[in-house]
Design a binder for this molecule. Sequence first.
Ligand code: PLP
Length: 405
Amino acid sequence: MTLDDAKKLDRDDPLAPYRERFHRPEDTVYLCGHSLGLQPKSAAAKVEEELDDWKRMGVRGHMGARRPWMPYHELLAEKGARVVGAMPSEVVHMNTLSVNVHLLMVSFYRPTPERHKILIEEHAFPSDHYAVASQIRFHGFDPADSLVIVGLDEDVQEVIDREGDALALVWLGGVNYYSGHVFDMRAISEHGHKVGAVVGFDLAHGAGNVPLALHDWDVDCAAWCTYKYLNGGPGSVAAAFVHERHATRDDLPRFAGWWGHDKETRFKMGPEFKAIPGAEGWQLSNPPILSLAPVLASLEMFDEVGMDALRTKSEKLTRYFEELIGRELAGRVDIVTPREPERRGAQLSLRILTGNGRAAFDAISARGVVCDWREPDVIRAAAAPLYNGFEDVHRFANILKDAIA
Ligand SMILES: *Cc1c(COP(=O)(O)O)cnc(C)c1O
C-alpha cells in the first residue's frame, strides 16, 4: 500500500477525471465533503448567467430568463429525485434544512395524549435534537416523556416495538453525522409503519453519499441540505421529500405560503389556499435563484455520473481508507464507523486512542489536511468519491501517522 499503489488505483479509477471539475483550496488534502463540499467549476457560470439575466431583464427574467425564475426550482426536482430514489413530484428544493425539518413536522408530527413520542438517535445532529424537542414543547408535551433516544448500537426495531402505540414519529439521521453509521432505512420504515408511526429521515449526510430509495422504502418524509456531499455551496438551498401517498392529502395541517399554492391561480392573488399536489405544495416563498444556481450545476454532475457508479467507487475508496488506517495506525486509532460497507458511507470517524488527539488534529491541519474534530476525541474524514482519490487517502493516513507518532 505504497504511494505508487495509490496513484495506480487513481489511474484505474473511471471517475478520476471528475476531480479536475472542482476547485480546491491550494496545498490541501481535502477530506471534508461531509461538512462542505468543494465548488464545481461549473457553478460560477450558472450564477453569473442569473446575475446577467437580472441585469438585462429585471422583472421580466421571471418568465424570460434563459432559465425562467418562476419555475426554476422545477429544474432541480428530477435530478434531486434521482439522488434520493424518489419521483420528481416527491422532491422540492426550498429553504434550508432545519427550516424544512420544522415544516415537515408541522404536517407529520401530530401528537395525541396516547401517541406523542418522537424517536431520534444518540448523537443526533444538535439542530435535529433542538427541532424535535421544541416541536414536542410546542404541542404542550415534555421532551422528558416524549423524546426517545435510540443508541447507535441498539436494535432500532426493538425500540420501535417497545414504544409501539406511543410512538408518533421516527426521525433519524439516515446517516448519522457523528459516526457515519447508516441505518437500515427500509426496515425502519416498514417497522415504524407497523406500529402506526410516521417515519422520516434527515439525510444531510445521506444525500449524494449512499444509495437511497425513499419512494420504494415507503418513507413518509425526509429533508436534506445540499452543501455537504451535494456540493451546492455554503448555506445552499435544502430539499424535502414527501411521499406520493401524501401528495393530495388535505387533512394534513401545514404552514402555507404563496409558492405552495396552485400554479394556475397563484397570480389571481385570492385568499383561499389551494396546495400544489406533491412536495411543491410545502413551499412558502419564491426561491433564491442565486443560491439554487450552484445546486443545479452540481446536480447536473450527479446526473452525469449516477449514484451507482459513485457508490461503487465510494465503497472501494472507503475500504482502502479503512485498510490503511488499520495497517498504519493499529492500536492508536479506533474506527468508530461500522465496518460493513452497507452500514456506512464515505465518512470514517476516527477515535484517537493515544496521546493528545486535539494536538494531533492541529498538527495535521497545519500540514494541509482539511477534515474536522468532534470533542472529545474524534476526527471525521470523508473521501468524497466525486473529487477525492486514493492518493488523498494515502497522504492523509501518513500525515496522521506522523502526527500521532
Ligand atoms: C448539517 C446538518 C444540519 C444543518 O442544518 P442547517 O439547517 O443546514 O444549518 C442539520 N441536521 C443534520 C443531520 C446535519 O447533518
